[in-house]
Design a protein around this ligand. Sequence first.
Ligand SMILES: [Zn+2]
Length: 477
Amino acid sequence: MALKVYNVLSRTKQDFVPLNPGIVNMYACGITVSGDAHIGHAYQSVVFDVITRYLRYLGYDVKYVRNYTDVDDKIIANAARANEDPVEFAEKYIAQTDIEMDKLGNEKPTIMARATHCIDDIINFVQKLIDSGHAYVSQFGDVYFKLSSFNEYGKLSHIQVDKNDTGVRKETEPGKQNDLDFALWKSAKPGEIAWKSPWGMGRPGWHIECSAMNLKYLGEQIDIHGGGRDLVFPHHENEIAQTESLTGKQFAKYWIHCGLVKINGQKMSKSLGNGILLKDVLDKYDADTIRFALLRNTYSADIDITDSLFPESRRHIYKMYSGLMALNERDFSGADADKTNAKIDEIKNEFERAMNDNFNTLEVIASAFGWFNFINTELAKKSTEYDLKRIGNKIVELFGVLNILQKNPDEYINNIKSTVLKNSNITVGDIEKYINERAVAKQNKDWATADNVRTKLLDKGIVLKDTPNGTTWDINL
Ligand SMILES: [Zn+2]
């Protein structure tokens, strides 16, 4: 069972064979910190976090580089609007995003690169492109990549561009020779943040930043380059043009792109005002719930964040943790070791088959429903031949690749319960009082009052269960 990866460059699913045996160098385009991170950023970061974790599970030594774009037009404009210094503005959002990514359960990438920390590398890169005839300096101190100098332009996106088109939007970018040429270095407007360069004061363009950081941290050729699908054109196409013009070698062997986020079936956009901020989701839901929701999808497909997505996801996670918790209350010492081992192998194979098929986390989660059904069915029996505790441990171990189900089940269940109680504005003491009130009503055969109590609690998300040992309660997710 070898890993197969859908390569956007070849548009086929290919066997994954890294450039150097045992080592994977991966770069994924990160966030432009012009404001709060949104759910689209969360989706992309979780996808590449899980890809990294699975490659490590397979035994690869993975170096994962991710960047923060910490200087660009939008950051400068938003900082000005907020009356803040653009560097401090970017710092603030980087610090905040770091905390949110950690809360989301993402492992820190091997290197978190930043554009403003690589200015010398960017300037060197641009100078080399000028020296080799792939770029030119305008009379205004801007540097442009000369698109007609790179024959393979369009090979990733399959977008055909007329490289000899000379239509120039002189009013927006004076000094450009060809409309399709793109900026490598932008001369500074008065008062703007700027760095010294051979072409005057200015700052890097967005595309060159990623090419320069790749070269600096990972070398001329890398195994995987990733990002959201919206980056294929022109960002990644431009990265290829820059890097391959400089090195004369193929840049990334595999290009992996995740789908985009929709909100209740609609494109997420500023104009629709339907954006969801990561911090707001993290306020309401725990990382297991969010990751489960985002990974119950094939990464290359768009994901639809419906109103019911996270609540439903939390229900599943709650059930899974409850299943794991129940395993601690039983003794499996008489179990059949061979049967248990066979079941564990079956689960491991199902997991690896799904993940080896282009990191199919949707399939993993679908299989996991089957595994938990198996556990619950066996648990319901008076006795079982399986050591369900060992099987549960294996599931938890495999789910480590998704970074889901890694918490102590008792703690998780208690946390969810207290969140629900807090949101419903009710305490355990209140619930116990209601239960007593209902018991008294039932004793007096006052069924209306008893029903009333039950309904009142249900409205607050609390469900009562009458057992031979008295009435217990649970949350009704
Ligand atoms: Zn990039």
